[in-house]
Design a binder for this molecule. Structure first.
Ligand code: AMP
Ligand code: MG
Length: 504
């Protein structure tokens, strides 16, 4: 029986009254299930037999609210491109509730595109098929790459058009997240001077994401530190796969450390630190190499909301001490980020830990490799992947990525001697290559492949390219024959013109 398929336990609805508006999803004319994530459903302890059919279509399109759900629109604010919007909130999303998954983790189940809410402002509350399937593809790719992310449980077609530049088929995404707490959630109450509510929210976040801090003194400062450390690891993960989020507004930055809101995001092809794909990011605020700087900026906005709690009392002395403590955390972010980045780069380079505690030589080795890729317009993903081949003596595939086959010689010599200098038993080339292939993907969501899959789905109701691409993205480290078509970059002319749009 479908009614009990979700075992909801809704702490947000229960514990945070005043932080949301209870609301109902809109009804749609003709629900159909376009995508259902079997594996994730099992992880969540759901019954795929019930959900992967008409029942599921009705639930995931918003026509049937499952038993135990308490749909609500969350309030949040956000700094968007640097400017503060005091009231954003779920304008086209509804939290259905929370379930405990098979590993005991609490997960949010949210509909996106389920109609207008009190936070919709001028928007229609709807979503089109293309951007929702895009969220599936990129989210599943990120998950397969081991990067923390929200995930898609389902996409349901609604059978009604949504009006953008032209009418497009409508859809609703069901998204699963460790929580939907954002930096912007704190800003919403912080900006109103509602310190008691910020405290309530912080305690909720601590109980949910950092339960070991519950009874500690200085827990608000500790929360800030944890969020900063999670974000440092996350952004390093993005950087090491060439991911550009595209709209790192504070309302799109989670407390949990998961990537959220796949709008105008894209994976870089030829390595370029200045890469920007978003059509609205004119100043390059959210360019690839700016991401760690923006993360830190966003964390400073979170810190500001927490200051009155960190200070404990309102005296000038207490406040300035709190500012000092929070600043220390924000100032430590670049170090945490650099350490996480280097860890990942070492793995990608097939190297073990640092030599004698000095990270500089490895940091320089990685930086010089990236400079080489940049100077010669080499594809980021293929560059790393072919370096794995070079580790076991097969250098031609790597050399052929450069204009002259000998271009990487000097760098390769340095890399080899660094590998040989490692303490412990010498690593056989094949073993090093194998390890490198487990961290350097062959398949990423290439922009032209993503667009191809989405336009077939949106314009021709043909989901086959989407399904094929999704199955390739779920095995990013396999370079079998059937993966070959997904490993190649688009022509440079395609990438040069590639623009992404906010998925509204
Ligand atoms: P996003 O850029 O998608 O993260 O959204 C930023 C804000 O705009 C959030 O408050 C969204 O809920 C809201 N929003 C985006 N698209 C729509 C839409 N079609 N209808 C209503 N609100 C929307
Ligand atoms: Mg958003």
């Amino acid at each position: 029986m479908s009614a009990s398929t979700f075992r909801f336990d809704n702490t947000y609805a229960r514990d945070l009254q005043g932080f949301y508006v209870p609301w109902k999803p809109a009804s749609v004319p003709s629900p159909s299930l376009l995508f259902f994530n079997q594996e994730l459903a099992l992880e969540l302890g759901l019954d795929p037999e019930v959900l992967d059919g008409p029942e599921g279509a009705a639930i995931f399109a918003g026509n049937q609210v499952p038993e135990g759900a308490e749909p609500l629109a969350q309030a949040y604010a956000g700094h968007q491109f640097g400017g503060f919007s005091p009231q954003l909130g779920d304008g086209r999303a509804l939290l259905l509730g929370e379930v405990i998954d098979r590993l005991g983790r609490r997960r949010d189940i949210m509909l996106k595109g389920s109609g207008r809410t009190p936070f919709s402002r001028g928007g229609d509350g709807k979503a089109a098929i293309g951007p929702m399937l895009r969220e599936v593809l990129i989210g599943e790719a990120m998950d397969a790459l081991g990067i923390p992310t929200t995930r898609a449980l389902a996409v349901a077609g609604t059978g009604e058009p949504v009006y953008r530049q032209q009418p497009l088929p409508g859809a609703v995404l069901t998204r699963v997240a460790a929580s939907h707490l954002r930096v912007g959630t704190f800003e919403f109450f912080g900006a109103r001077g509602e310190t008691q509510r910020v405290g309530q929210l912080a305690d909720y976040a601590i109980a949910r994401h950092d339960p070991d801090l519950v009874d500690t003194t200085d827990r608000y400062l500790a929360l800030l530190r944890r969020v900063a450390q999670r974000q440092a690891a996350l952004i390093a993960g993005w950087m090491n796969v060439g991911f550009i989020h595209g709209v790192m507004n504070t309302d799109n930055m989670t407390i949990s450390g998961e990537t959220i809101d796949y709008g105008p995001c894209a994976f870089m092809e030829a390595y370029d630190p200045d890469a920007v794909f978003s059509s609205i990011d004119h100043g390059g605020r959210y360019a690839y190499s700016n991401q760690p700087l923006i993360a830190r900026w966003n964390l400073a906005r979170l810190a500001e909301t927490l200051l009155p709690l960190i200070a404990e009392e309102e005296s000038e002395g207490a406040v300035s001490k709190a500012i000092g403590q929070a600043t220390e955390v924000i100032d430590a972010f670049p170090e945490w980020y650099a350490a996480a980045l280097l860890n990942g780069q070492r793995e990608k380079l097939g190297l073990q830990g640092g030599e004698g505690g000095d990270d500089e030589p490895d940091r320089a080795l990685a930086a010089d490799w990236l400079t080489l890729l940049h100077q010669h317009g080499v594809d980021f993903t293929l560059g790393w992947r072919r370096l794995a081949d070079a580790a076991c003596g097969d250098e031609m595939p790597l050399r052929s990525l450069f204009p002259q086959p000998q271009t990487p010689d000097a760098w390769l010599a340095r890399w080899r001697s660094r590998g040989e200098s490692e303490g412990g038993p010498a690593l056989a080339g094949s073993e090093r290559a194998e390890r490198m292939r487990r961290v350097n993907p062959a398949v990423i969501p290439r922009n032209h492949r993503v667009e191809e899959a989405l336009s077939a789905a949106s314009e021709k109701e043909d989901l086959a390219p989407f399904r094929r691409l999704l199955s390739a993205l779920r095995r990013p480290y396999d370079e079998t024959q059937d993966q070959a078509e997904y490993t190649e970059p688009a022509g440079a002319e395609v990438t040069a013109c590639y623009r992404t749009f906010c998925g509204t």
